[in-house]
Write a protein that binds this ligand. Structure first.
Ligand code: CMP
Length: 153
């Protein structure tokens, strides 16, 4: 029997774009800002699908940020991201990836719009408080990097 392609397409359309992946980075955890950042995420309407306090090894940070391997800041980025605990989470709402990037603001806090998470809590382009996935595809890959099926609700 042929699969119902229409049904598949409709399901993909409904599911597309409704999840993103975030990390509250070591600088924000050290500064005691987990609660403040989670409150902003909550008030923006995200449902928490998965969440944990964890720490990346240097090797795991290197794997997570492999796409930046050739960039001059790669070593510094991996050292920093493995320097202390992080909060990793999968978040759900309509248009999750794009809306989350608006909520966190520009990578460099000097360019982040007032009221965004990075404008409030980031100190530099490297120590920028939070990570947010840049596409639906990367959100799925990054979420799967940190969470197994039984850890998602
Ligand atoms: P993030 O969204 O986690 O994705 C890649 C990270 O690389 C980015 O946030 C920044 O924290 C970091 N990054 C980007 N540019 C620089 C830079 N010039 N120096 C140090 N870190 C950087």
């Amino acid at each position: 029997m042929q699969p119902n392609l229409n049904y598949t397409k409709i399901t993909q359309y409904i599911m597309a774009g409704n999840r993103t992946f975030t990390m509250i980075k070591p600088d924000a955890v050290r500064a005691g800002n987990i609660g403040n950042i989670l409150q902003m995420i909550n008030e923006a309407g995200y449902r928490i699908v998965a969440m944990k306090l964890t720490q990346l090894s240097l090797a795991k940070a290197g794997e997570f940020y492999e796409v930046h391997k050739e960039r001059p800041f790669y070593g510094e980025l991996c050292e920093f991201m493995s320097s202390g605990p992080i909060v990793a989470a999968i978040l759900e709402k309509d248009n999750a990836v794009e809306d989350f990037r608006n909520l966190i603001g520009a990578t460099n806090p000097a360019n982040a719009a007032p009221g965004t998470i990075r404008a409030k809590y980031a100190t530099s382009v490297g120590e920028n408080a939070v990570h947010g996935s840049d596409s639906d595809e990367n959100a799925a890959i990054e979420g799967a990097f940190h969470f197994g099926g039984v850890e998602k609700f």
